[in-house]
Design a protein around this ligand. Structure first.
Ligand SMILES: Cc1cc2nc3c(=O)[nH]c(=O)nc-3n(C[C@H](O)[C@H](O)[C@H](O)COP(=O)(O)OP(=O)(O)OC[C@H]3O[C@@H](n4cnc5c(N)ncnc54)[C@H](O)[C@@H]3O)c2cc1C
Length: 700
């Protein structure tokens, strides 16, 4: 800044005056004839550094380049000097201003950074070609984003080239140029702008063409049996069909297995029922905490598993064919196959629908391991059939499902080992959250084998075992009675007919959907585990709304799916609940955050309940109370999270939570106390010093 001010203060700007340059151009050219390399080098350095320092005048310099060096050599010199100079300005902005700007506008920049990560090169190219955007301003602004230097360099060079050629060419005829605006006629400026917009527009063309072709290849029925056909009656399919029926659409829900899908039959409901029984036993084992010398329970593992089944049965009516039929949904028990953008085959009969929603869910992944065919292994789909407790259970996968089930089986008396390829459990959460759970699991006797891989499984003398490579890269033999895989879930996309329709998949195998939850075939939408990106019951329901409303009313108005404020809870003890950014994801996104922590051992209710392990960690915009993310570890973490989810969704800051009455003594008070910690960290020191003096003066 000082150099720029000095440039003008010392009157150097007169040398960028067009008349002055015209007058001197013959002299420059003569000097160039005698000293070609020195002249080129000096011109290059002056151009590069003036650009790096954002001294306005690039167009005039470019004209001079043309006047002295002619078109070809002038373009080469200007193109490289301007791009290197622009990159230096970009770096200067990145290292001088970026932190301060990120700190101030971190939440807004998060969205911009995501956009730049995906489309940065296109935006920059467009900006470079729309000549009304000042060249030096683009350099400074792009430095504040997350675009990579390499991308910035080549896109800038390419994007600036057309204007460079025009200006250098004009410079070769400098005597005829009366003012800078003569050089770029409105027609040329508009042509450049269109050239700049072309790549951005061209990006969406393949999608449009693909959609058109997807429909063109099939004959559209003259009339339709249904407005909407939903395939899969899990959380996503049930919500989709319910919404469609509620708005009086004619909807058919097709389920090939059990109504309620994974959540009711093999996921949330059975796992949470098992957790309830196992937690009861864990509480008994801690009776001394509550002044009870000893407490024990007699139980039969098979009865606990029967209770799990009975809970499913109690909830079944909520998702039953009877209930949905009453709600106005036509239900069919069959396997569905899509045969055209408007047709679904059920048991050899074609039915037609204006739109189709794929809600076929996901299934547990099973790794390819040598010897797997010799042992009995389980997944979250099959483990519920167990009636005899496995004395030694090996759980492969230390994510939410592995940890929830591993802890439960351990509490029910199995000797549990959790093995994970990563160096820590609960990878998507912050390290401190995972570490607290790890400590609890180990104190309960669960063995953790981290940084380990399973190499093979086998049976010897009736004993099942696996060979693993442990953290020390040594081979180890682990015997087990039951093996459970909890290594993630794979979208159910096969056998649906989507390959023949050309519906595209993502790299992770989920169905690719656009921002409206539409697949690459415009009449077909997808939601829930089959489309991701999250695999929760509440996200399945959330995205089901967008799929249904956009498919039924998309001709009038379409809603972009909202991916913000997605809560996630793992129901281990301690529970881990989070929403928005955590420390690691904020860092990865380049967002500066302020951290506020409250430990649950400071909460009266936690002490009363004897559950003091855990914390609430809130990340806010630096210096502001705007919440960017929350991680809660401890008792009732999932319930406590709800208040923060509401606050984030509706833009309420920590001051609002602090100003809300929370009943005493509740767990929810912990949220208010966390907000209190934030307030204390931002106390108005000057005002308090003044008040201290005021009170002292009043006492005298
Ligand atoms: C152990 C475990 C615990 C979990 N705990 C939680 C939790 O606490 N909280 C949470 O939010 N989430 C939890 N989840 C995740 C949650 O269960 C899923 O995210 C949710 O059920 C996904 O719903 P969906 O409708 O997308 O798929 P699904 O529920 O899998 O439903 C898909 C349905 O489509 C049917 N189908 C497939 N193909 C066809 C076809 N061709 N024709 C007809 N029907 C077909 C299937 O039979 C199935 O019923 C858990 C998952 C597991 C495994």
């Amino acid at each position: 800044m000082a150099l720029v001010v000095a440039f003008y203060a010392l009157g150097f700007n007169q040398y960028l005056n067009l008349d002055y340059l015209k007058e001197k151009s013959a002299g420059f050219a003569a000097y160039y004839d005698d000293n070609p390399w020195q002249t080129s080098l000096w011109f290059f350095l002056v151009y590069m550094f003036s650009t790096a320092l954002s001294i306005p005048g690039a167009s005039t310099f470019t004209l001079v380049g043309g006047a002295i060096f002619g078109l070809s050599w002038g373009v080469v010199l200007v193109s490289f000097a301007s791009t290197i100079g622009a990159s230096l300005a970009f770096l200067l902005s990145r290292y001088v201003f970026k932190d301060a700007v990120q700190a101030k506008f971190s939440s807004k920049l998060a969205d911009i950074n995501t956009g730049i990560e995906k489309e940065g090169a296109f935006y920059l190219f467009t900006l470079r070609l729309i000549v009304v955007f000042p060249f030096w301003l683009i350099n400074l602004l792009m430095g504040l984003t997350a675009i990579k230097l390499r991308t910035y360099f080549w896109v800038s060079q390419l994007g600036m080239l057309p204007a460079t050629i025009v200006f250098v060419n004009a410079g070769t005829q400098l005597a005829k140029v009366d003012q800078l605006s003569d050089i770029l006629s409105p027609t040329i400026a508009v042509s450049f702008a269109l050239l700049g917009l072309f790549p951005l527009m061209a990006k969406s063309i393949p999608g449009i063409v693909h959609r058109y072709q997807a429909l063109k290849a099939h004959k559209k029925p003259d009339s339709f049996d249904y407005n909407l056909v939903v395939i899969g009656a899990g959380s996503a399919g049930l919500v989709s069909s319910f919404i469609a029926a509620a708005v009086k659409a004619k909807v058919l829900l097709i389920e090939k297995d059990k109504m309620g899908g994974d959540c009711l039959n093999t996921g949330c409901v059975p796992s949470k029922s098992l957790i309830k029984s196992s937690r009861f036993l864990a509480d008994l084992s801690r009776s001394q905490r509550y002044g009870i010398k000893s407490a024990s329970a007699e139980f039969d593992f098979a009865e606990v598993m029967e209770r799990v089944s009975s809970v499913i049965q109690q909830i079944e009516p909520h998702d039953s064919i009877e209930r949905y039929t009453e709600l106005g949904v036509e239900c069919r028990q069959a396997e569905a196959r899509i045969v055209s953008p408007w047709e679904v085959d059920i048991d050899g009969k074609k039915i037609t629908s204006q739109h189709i929603i794929i809600a076929t869910g996901a299934k547990p992944r099973v790794p390819t391991i040598s010897g797997l065919d010799k042992v009995q292994f389980y997944t979250s789909e099959t483990i519920w059939s167990l009636r005899k407790r496995p004395e030694r259970l090996l759980v492969v996968g230390g994510g939410p499902i592995g940890c929830e089930l591993g802890q439960s089986f351990s509490r029910l008396g199995s000797k549990v080992t959790i093995l994970d390829i990563a160096e820590r459990i609960m990878l998507p959460e912050d390290r401190d959250a995972g570490d607290l759970l790890k400590g609890e699991l180990e104190s309960e006797g669960v063995e953790l084998k981290l940084n380990a891989t399973i190499e093979s499984v086998d049976v010897e003398n009736g004993q099942q075992y696996c060979v693993i490579k442990n953290a020390a890269a040594e081979t180890e033999k682990l015997e087990f009675d039951a093996l459970l895989f909890a290594i993630g879930r794979q979208a159910n996309t096969t056998g649906l007919g989507i390959e023949t329709l050309g519906i595209q998949l993502t790299k992770t195998g989920t169905i690719e959907v656009d921002k409206y939850m539409r697949t690459s075939v415009p009449t077909i939408y997808a939601c829930g585990d089959v489309a991701g990106p999250y695999q929760f019951t509440h996200t399945a329901a959330h995205y089901a709304w967008y799929s249904t409303v956009n498919s039924l009313f998309g001709d009038i108005w379409r809603f972009k799916a909202d991916h913000r404020v997605i809560p996630r809870v793992t129901f281990t003890e301690p529970e881990i609940a989070s929403v928005g950014y955590n420390e690691e994801s904020a860092k990865a996104a380049g967002i500066m955050v302020e951290k506020t922590c409250f430990k649950l051992d400071q909460l009266d209710r936690a002490i009363v309940d004897g559950k003091t392990d855990g914390f609430i960690k809130v990340l806010t915009v630096v210096g502001k109370d705007k919440i960017l993310g929350v991680t809660i570890v401890g008792e009732h973490a999932g319930e406590l999270l709800a208040e923060f989810v509401l606050a984030m969704k509706h833009g309420l800051g920590l001051n609002k939570i602090l100003g809300t009455i929370h009943a005493y003594p509740t767990w929810a008070e912990a949220n208010k106390y966390t907000a209190g910690v934030w307030k204390k960290n931002h106390k108005p020191d000057k005002l308090l010093t003044f008040l201290e003096r005021y009170h002292r003066a009043k006492r005298q």
